[in-house]
Design a protein around this ligand. Sequence first.
Ligand code: NOJ
Ligand code: CA
Length: 661
Amino acid sequence: MRLLLLALLSTLTACSPVVTTNHETLSSPDGTIALTFQLDEGVPRYAVARDGVELIRPSPLGFVLKDAPSLTNRFRVVQVQRVEGDETWKPVWGRAAEIHNRYNQMEVQLRESKAPRRKMTLAFRAYDDGVAFRYVLPEQSNLGTVNILSEETAFRFGDNYTAWWHPVDYNGDEKLYRETLLSKMEALNTPVTMRTPPGVHLSVHEAALVDYASMTLVPVPGDPNSFKCDLVPWPDGVKVKATTPMKTPWRTIQIADRAGGLLESHLIENLNEPCAIADTSWIEPMKYMGIWWGMHIGKETWAAGPTHGATTENTRRHIDFAASNGIRGLLVEGWNKGWDTWFNGATFSFTEPYPDFDLPSLAQYAQEHGIALIGHHETGGNIAAYEEQMEAAFALYEELGIHAVKTGYAGEILPKGQHHHGQWMVNHYQRVVECAAAHHIMLDVHEPIKPTGLCRTWPNLLSGEGVRGTEYEAWSDGNPPEHTTIIPFTRGLAGPIDYTPGIFATTFPKYREGRRVHTTVAKQLALYVIIYSPLQMAADLPENYEGQPGFQFIRDVPVTWDETRVITADIGRHVIVARRKGQDWFVGLIIADSSATFDLPLQFLQPDRPYEMTLYADGKDADWESNPTSLEISTRTVQSRDRVNLRLARGGGAAIRFRPQ
Ligand code: NOJ
Ligand code: CA
């Protein structure tokens, strides 16, 4: 119902099918991007150009199958159908109030020219912000069961671009990104983001990953700057097990003339199905605190014992603090029995609280104080144990009025041999999303399958990790200052990131000597604007926020936006993002391991209108290493014609709020 109401404008114009040549071009609506399909002696290939410059050279498409001939050659074109799509839809939450979905589509129906004469369709779309394509294998008598050994999709890039990538890992994306030339790139997880010498930015990923394996990329030996799809396998080596009719996820290539264009793109969400949840009124983006950081720094424990974090008393203290500071959510980890089995077979109970955690009374106490409790399901990777209890576990939370759950998959997947990113787990993550939706529960998935825009269809899939987040600052060498200037343009293009910012006590020698956060406090604040998530954590301990004027920014900053504009960005160096909520604007500026001065133009503000600007900036002597907590807060009146001169400290940042006066 909501969907119908929200489809402000939707047109899908079909043109009559034409029998074609072996060479077809599809242009983006604005004509800048051209995707070319060609059939070379029966082998299907595609190429992509922007403003006449080839970004992807003719690259093969097809499948190698188990116990069946490959679907890679001997094709002829049966027909080509062209369609134009143009709709504007309103997300339940997001980076913009409305999203324009405008594209040209071309479906190329192929058939083998010799027996077994199987059919395969390639659906191509050209948008103003990139291209996408997917394979469709229709139901057919000579192709029923499909066991894919290899998807042959290749990406033969036009030149030796600069790239941001992390090495392949079938189990996750909690990595630091590398900046290298394509020629130095090894096997990798997507998204991978690139810059051409003239400054065009592109990023390869996928959309609508459903009942299929995740795509990784591997270099093609002997073909410089060429990479090939390598799907995450099942334990027996098969990549995807399916029956026709079937379709693959979309292979996506986002393209923009500047880094910021990638961040403003909605291509991946646009390629997903519309919202499948009829009544979304219970879906509530929010900021949250947690009984969480204390465990990571070693102040408290997940398991019951003398320093157990999730006690009734400690939870009440957190509820009181969140309630008096206008933070809506509270995550409690370590509430349930089984934490002593973590990483050791992981047999958690998802319905039985530890004796010192009075779940029903806390649910009531939270409700009375206007706090939304966020439940926690750490599976440790033991999927069978979780699936057995999942229904009852969500039902319990629903009954208690708890509408959000953070899930976790920290550990090797059981059954052994399955991977976090394989088809079997893709299907598990999807079952959880749908089961949660049936119980009116929103999800924040840690150790997730990488996002592919499914939150358009299932907006209860609020956020997720799949990134090297703040937790690494507590117990590892941490996240170097450039990390957060890269992840918005890599992992962040795929979907919301639960990065868990907001650490004010950047060292914690009382609990863990030698570990630290690698930013200034001003940069921690800026991350709420830079990194998008409809769930944003105020991750530090309540006592570290007590009496801190900088905490006001966390109280004020929204988690959904009407408009997003990237002012400027140089991946790995600095990022400046402006986001609007109603009449208010918020700006975040962050920098890597250097200091710099920026002259921020305020043209995004409405002209001839005074705004109150509250600036949270690095102090004059701030430096992420030697003086991270030096923060200067100031307020003044500005207008759109003004510029604000800002000095960002090494590893620093600034967070700004503009309110019309
Ligand atoms: C890893 C998650 O990323 C973290 O947030 C959580 O606290 C632990 N697993 C325990 O579930
Ligand atoms: Ca994690």
